[in-house]
Design a binder for this molecule. Sequence first.
Ligand SMILES: Cc1cc2nc3c(=O)[nH]c(=O)nc-3n(C[C@H](O)[C@H](O)[C@H](O)COP(=O)(O)OP(=O)(O)OC[C@H]3O[C@@H](n4cnc5c(N)ncnc54)[C@H](O)[C@@H]3O)c2cc1C
Length: 344
Amino acid sequence: MVVLPGTPDITIIGAGPTGLYAAFYAGLRSMQVRIVDSLSEIGGQLTALYPKKNIYDVAGYPAVLAEDLVKSLYEQCKQYNPEIYTDTKIEKLEREGELLKLTSADGRVMYSKTVLIAAGVGAFTPRKLEREGIEKWEGKGLYYFVKDPTIFYGKKLLVVGGGDSAMDWAMALGDKSDMLLIHRRDKFVAHEDSVKKVRAMGIPIRTFWELKEIHGEISNGTGKIDHVVIFNNKTKEEERIKVDAVLCNLGFITNLGSIKDWGLEIEGNGIKVNHAMETNIKGVYAAGDIASHPAKLKLIATGFGEAAIAVNHAKTVIDPHASFFPGHSSNKDDKKEEKKHATA
Ligand SMILES: Cc1cc2nc3c(=O)[nH]c(=O)nc-3n(C[C@H](O)[C@H](O)[C@H](O)COP(=O)(O)OP(=O)(O)OC[C@H]3O[C@@H](n4cnc5c(N)ncnc54)[C@H](O)[C@@H]3O)c2cc1C
């Protein structure tokens, strides 16, 4: 068993937008911060699922690429030097006297004065298409999320799905690839405006069509799709179509995993919190997608607000004399000026 040195004021589980912003806010409140994330890169869903997509509803940005928002959040929190541990999945959280004890999947133990759980939707995996033999094409022409959209440029691309992700990728790649979009129903679960835009772009859409088979060649760990077979689920008609790549956007399966065994009050797929973002375990807070309360909106914007509330409450647990209200960050420069004049 390896025990990590130090006992930070706050350990943040999850380096998504909520966790990164919480790290900044905790730094602003002079708290020592440790962030842990099970993935190998920071940024949560933004890095793992949609780094090249524009986000339009983050305050202050008319549009911002998900990966650029992660970079800015990192720059913002980095000024307070948080300890960041990636590839560190927390499996266990227990109270041990005055401290909280966290154990990672690989057996590392860390102690903390308070904990903020910003673990999003827990471990998330894309919903896979259930067709015999299709899994061998994953990463070799069949994709469930897009890390690098340029791999589809100039290619014959089949997009499968009728939700927001399918529409967003249709909009982003429709004029850069030779695209066909198929959806198993005639009702789309995406924003109406997105469906309208995709139609206006002239992207061919076939409803009631599904993917049946993928054919091509796989050798030495690489693959080249030659064609797919699609079928109409009403008429049972089948058609062979030449494609180079298949992008399936069928949603995600989320799983809280071991978090459910930490003694927290669970509500649906989230952790129940009060107005202060406190869970039922003293010193343990939750914010972002994972926090459940009656006014919940699973958005980056609300995660930021919840992170600020949670961290400022955690500060008063560590230091009962500290005020909950952090003061205005814009006064920081006045204080620096005052100090400069005092020492001049
Ligand atoms: C395709 C798509 C488009 C979206 N577009 C928008 C949009 O335009 N606007 C908007 O506001 N929202 C959007 N969202 C939602 C937004 O991404 C989420 O609300 C946001 O990511 C939640 O942030 P979070 O930090 O709470 O959680 P996450 O981003 O999910 O990050 C949680 C992190 O916790 C880590 N973690 C989980 N369990 C553990 C554990 N046990 N130990 C260690 N680490 C752990 C995960 O690895 C992950 O990195 C979109 C989501 C998707 C999928």
